[in-house]
Design a binder for this molecule. Structure first.
Ligand code: FES
Length: 109
């Protein structure tokens, strides 16, 4: 099962640290509206260990993991889920086609 892991830990989602709160309802609503509920499992975890680019998410597509930072607004979530939908339907999708999201990709090794 493909997974979307949304971080809500010591920094992500913490307004007192200047990071917007996590839009849980919006994630759930958009996953349903985009027809992804059977293909993408939503998890929320405490900290992914890369706090600086909060708010951080991680997609897991099989053995491939992709991290993105600064997923703060509804449009960021839309872009991320549109990318995930394309990725699930066509594994060779190019992140270049999602330029706003591409700028938020984190290089984690
Ligand atoms: S709190 Fe999100 S990466 Fe640490």
């Amino acid at each position: 099962m493909n997974q979307l892991t949304v971080c809500e830990g010591c920094c992500c989602g913490k307004e007192f640290k200047g990071n917007p709160k996590i839009l849980h309802d919006y994630y759930r609503k958009q996953i349903k509206e985009k027809g992804l509920q059977e293909d993408l499992q939503l998890n929320v975890v405490y900290c992914l260990g890369i706090c600086d680019p909060a708010n951080v998410i991680k997609f897991t597509f099989g053995k491939e993991a992709l991290y993105f930072g600064w997923i703060n607004e509804e449009k960021d979530i839309d872009n991320a889920l549109d990318f995930a939908k394309e990725k699930i339907m066509n594994n060779n999708v190019d992140l270049e086609n999602f330029s706003e999201l591409g700028k938020k990709k984190l290089n984690i090794y």
